[in-house]
Design a protein around this ligand. Structure first.
Ligand SMILES: CC(C)(COP(=O)(O)OP(=O)(O)OC[C@H]1O[C@@H](n2cnc3c(N)ncnc32)[C@H](O)[C@@H]1OP(=O)(O)O)[C@@H](O)C(=O)NCCC(=O)NCCS
Length: 309
């Protein structure tokens, strides 16, 4: 049986080695995972988080580690978040012990759930599932290469969104919420917050907001921005989000044509990969993205932290 405690400075090198090995293994299974990392920077990061990093040890040395950041905002309850580099464990028992001890500290900090990003691979997901974690969302990646484009049907045009599109944009946003399993009309306060957020995005020079228009009506949209550097993703990755086609116009190739053009523009600007994220409960997105060519890389699993403990 392993002993679980917070990280000592002398553990940091061994934990870096475990993370490097784990990401290398991830990339062997899924080459669309970027295993490259700056080991010195990771070492420094770990040393800054000794109290939030748990290690499991036995007579052989370190047999597991677990780190989570407790985060939340005004709309979301606090949760503990573990990235692709935040966990390693030699077996199920080690993971269970790490989660039990670290979980108590996350609860103490006010977190009510734990989320972990792990490779979308049965062997990786299995130990978490056996502890009761369930898949919630998926990161999908595709390399951008020149290929034949689907064209929009005659009469449809792709253009940059402008502030006067805002009401249609908000309507399409509701279509996404429904597909993601978040039905129910948002309160006026939420709607005003989303309006402000969307209008701010239109002003953001890093963000491109595209719409497809036909007969004077906006029928589809997507938002793109350069993906901030994050573990497991490549540099020069475009993040594609808020993809939606009006329900009356779905199944006619509008999303394919819109995304083909948007990605070709991005490729010409130097982007090498595209990444999107979708909920596992969103059937349309779960079938659309892999068919479009995005391969699932990491999956986010979640579990409620038992408040009784
Ligand atoms: C996911 C979504 C954007 C797809 O939009 P869409 O315009 O219906 O997608 P397309 O028409 O391009 O593709 C859907 C199917 O129609 C087919 N299709 C029909 N006519 C086509 C044509 N003329 N050209 C190309 N494909 C065509 C496609 O091949 C595709 O089939 P496939 O799924 O078997 O590959 C849409 O379902 C949607 O808005 N869902 C709700 C919001 C949402 O979930 N967004 C994603 C958030 S992550």
């Amino acid at each position: 049986m392993a002993t679980v405690r917070t990280l000592h400075r002398s553990d940091a090198h061994a934990v870096v080695e475990r993370i490097v090995r784990r990401l290398d293994d991830d990339a062997l299974v899924q080459p669309l995972v970027n295993a490259r990392l700056d080991q010195d920077a990771l070492y420094e990061t770990i040393l800054r988080a000794t109290n939030a990093t748990w290690v499991a040890t036995d007579e052989s040395g370190i047999v597991g580690h677990l780190y989570a950041a407790v985060l939340g905002d005004v709309t979301q309850a606090l949760a503990a978040w573990t990235g692709p580099d935040g966990a390693s464990f030699d077996d199920d028992e080690v993971l269970a012990e790490l989660v039990e001890i670290a979980g108590a500290s996350w609860r103490h900090a006010g977190a009510i759930s734990h989320y972990v990003w792990t490779l979308d691979d049965d062997e990786r997901i299995g130990p978490w599932r056996r502890l009761g974690y369930t898949p919630l969302s998926v990161r999908g990646v595709m390399r951008l290469v020149e290929h034949d484009q689907h064209a929009l049907a005659p009469g449809l045009v792709l253009r940059a969104a402008v502030p006067s599109d805002i009401e249609r944009i908000l309507e399409l946003d509701l279509v996404i919420d429904l597909a993601q399993g978040e039905p129910g009309a948002p309160s006026r306060k939420d709607r005003n917050a989303t309006r402000r957020e969307m209008l701010a995005l239109l002003e953001d020079p890093e963000v491109n907001h595209y719409v497809v228009e036909g007969e004077g009506r906006v029928l589809a949209q997507t938002i793109t921005f350069p993906l901030p550097l994050r573990r497991g993703s490549f540099d020069h990755t475009l993040h594609l989000s808020e993809v939606v086609v009006d329900p009356t116009a779905q199944g006619q190739g509008i999303a394919h044509a819109m995304i083909d053009t948007v990605l070709e523009n991005a490729r010409r600007q130097g982007f090498e990969y595209v990444e999107a994220q979708w909920r596992v409960t969103n059937d349309q997105a779960s079938s659309f993205w892999p068919r479009y060519g995005l391969a699932p890389t990491y999956v986010r699993l979640g579990h409620a932290l038992d408040l009784g403990k």
